[in-house]
Design a protein. Structure first.
Length: 182
């Protein structure tokens, strides 16, 4: 069992890493993560012997958050609100978690570790689209692949400079939703 102070240090490292990765990318120096967490570099490495382990831990949090959001959407009785909410949250993540999304959606081993969760999220999206179509809130002919195409368009914009990304991603998310809605 981990001591309370060790757990606290680990938690502070994870929070600092999440913020540092979001602000400066996954290549932020580990020394900077330790500084932000208020711990020594040795403490950081005691909890996370490699950058890959730290990235995977932060990604695991984000993937779990996505799972919670998808379950909420599936529980929402309003099919349009559920689907639009998923698109909106996805867009927000592209703005605020750029580097983490690169790792999760990219070809690397870290993202590959979450294939099962990504498959489950994809299946939940399929259900949301079927429900929205059955409720008549989607344009004729719109299917889950169309929604995924919109999400890919939004995701591609995360490479814009940070000053422009929030404005542009928000606008494109709105256009995607307008294009999907009946």
């Amino acid at each position: 069992m981990q001591r309370a102070d060790a757990r606290s240090n680990r938690d502070r490292v994870v929070v600092a890493a999440r913020e540092a990765f979001a602000a400066a990318g996954l290549e932020v120096p580990m020394r900077e993560v330790a500084r932000r967490a208020g711990v020594g570099v040795a403490t950081l490495y005691r909890h996370f012997p490699s950058r890959t382990e730290l990235v995977a831990t932060v990604l695991a949090e984000r993937v779990a958050d996505c799972g919670v959001q998808m379950r909420r959407a599936l529980d929402d009785p309003d099919p349009w609100r559920a689907l639009a909410g998923v698109v909106g949250v996805f867009a927000e993540r592209q703005i605020h978690d750029r580097a983490l999304n690169e790792a999760l959606l990219g070809p690397g081993a870290v993202g590959a570790a979450f294939q099962q969760e990504r498959r489950e999220h994809s299946q939940a999206l399929d259900v949301l689209v079927v429900r929205a179509r059955a409720a008549g809130v989607l344009r004729n002919g719109v299917d889950a692949d169309d929604v995924r195409a919109g999400l890919l368009a939004i995701a591609s914009l995360r490479r814009l400079p940070p000053a422009a990304s929030a404005r542009v991603i928000g606008r494109v998310a709105g256009l995607v939703l307008a294009g999907l809605r009946a």
